[in-house]
Design a protein around this ligand. Structure first.
Ligand code: ZN
Length: 252
């Protein structure tokens, strides 16, 4: 599909194309089934991402963490956890990788790791600032679109919520973003994934701070809101005042 192709239903709205690089950890098998699987999942998710915030993902690179055509040198610097376990343990192995595609700006890097001894528990993690997702290559592939969609939302500012029926719900999730999640993702829609600049413009940081603070004032115990507020406020120059939350500035 051509990058410039915009469907008729979104006439007048521009769709942002975000490059995606997928890097597979050792232990995913020697064939390339994972490439087919991830390509299919991302094609499906693009429908939902376009609906939610006019974003589509475009895979620009596939690679392997251990010696391979595009990562032979970099792999020497990576230290995969042994025995391999949670996505959090894997994260440092992907954090220092250079962006593998010379043809595109930096986008989202997805590290694909084996399910490991914990099985499908704790299936993914997102590193907002660095634009990295570590995703388990689940035995039950049906679960992967949900996990990847959830983690992509985190990269666009979403947090885990006490909101039944939302993709970001901690206890009763469903396959759709709630209104708060959609609004914070829209504020993050044009975020940068580059390492040398802040992810958001000062205006968008203030918009996001305001959204998080309003949500925090509901007092639902959504502790990730406090972490996001702290990170965003630290990005704003001293002296530039932002709207204070109505209560509880600290994460519990
Ligand atoms: Zn989450």
């Amino acid at each position: 599909m051509a990058a410039s192709m915009v469907p008729i239903f979104s006439a007048g709205r521009t769709v942002r194309t975000v490059p995606v690089a997928i890097v597979a950890a050792p232990g995913l098998g020697t064939n390339d089934t994972w490439k087919v699987e991830l390509t299919r999942i991302i094609m499906d998710l693009n429908i939902h991402l376009r609906d939610a915030m006019d974003v589509r993902l475009k895979i620009v690179s596939y690679g392997n963490l251990n010696p391979g055509p595009s990562f032979s040198r970099e792999a020497g610097a990576a230290h995969p956890p042994f025995p391999s376990s949670s996505p959090r343990d894997w994260l440092p192995s992907f954090s220092d990788l250079p962006w593998p595609s010379a043809k595109s700006e930096r986008g989202i890097l997805i590290g694909l790791v084996p399910e490991g001894p914990d099985g499908p528990a704790d299936p993914g993690i997102a590193d907002y600032l660095n634009g990295i997702i570590v995703l388990k290559y689940l035995t039950a592939k049906d679960g992967m679109p949900f996990v990847l969609f959830h983690e992509i939302c985190h990269l666009f500012g979403a947090v885990d919520l006490e909101e039944k029926g939302s993709l970001m719900s901690r206890t009763a999730p469903r396959f759709r973003p709630d209104a708060f999640t959609a609004s914070i993702m829209r504020a993050n829609r044009d975020r940068s994934f580059r390492r040398d600049v802040r992810p958001l413009s000062p205006e968008k940081i203030m918009e996001a701070v305001s959204l998080y603070a309003d949500r925090q004032s509901l007092g639902l115990g959504e502790w990730q809101l406090g972490i996001c507020l702290k990170k965003l406020r630290a990005m704003i120059e001293p002296g530039l005042q932002v709207q204070a939350p109505r209560q509880g500035q600290k994460a519990p």
